[in-house]
Ligand binder design. Structure first.
Ligand SMILES: [Zn+2]
Length: 126
């Protein structure tokens, strides 16, 4: 059987790769959208609804980027917990978060119960 810490580390590594790739994609898209702004000035007859959609898309990308950066920060915390031997425990109640939940969310910091409570409290999702 694999060492649980090794398993956790591989899982975090895979998640880190995935998030960094996503973040780079979103950041590149935002850069493209910003580069497109000057080009759009020559298309002032463009349908206003389309312009609105583009603005909305960029806002979505911005918030997605912020969310990904938050998840990457959570991953860094998870590595620190792994080093400290406290990985996989709820930061609120100290109980094990659970293998199934850690598989789905390797950087989970709270058990399902306290994650729900935290999200209800600060309005953050994810
Ligand atoms: Zn808890």
């Amino acid at each position: 059987m694999a060492d649980p810490e090794q398993t956790a580390r591989q899982r975090l590594d895979a998640e880190l790769d995935r998030l960094e790739q996503l973040r780079d994609e979103v950041a590149a898209r935002i850069a493209d959208e910003q580069a497109g702004d000057s080009a759009e000035l020559s298309h002032l007859d463009q349908h206003p609804a389309e312009l609105g959609t583009e603005t909305q898309q960029r806002e979505q990308d911005q918030s997605l980027l912020e969310q990904l950066q938050g998840e990457l920060a959570d991953l860094e915390d998870a590595y620190a917990h792994l080093d400290a031997g406290t990985y996989g425990r709820c930061e609120v109640c100290g109980r094990p978060i659970g293998e199934e939940r850690l598989q789905a969310i390797p950087a989970a910091r709270r058990c399902a119960e306290h994650q729900a409570a935290a999200e209800a409290g600060d309005g953050l999702v994810g």
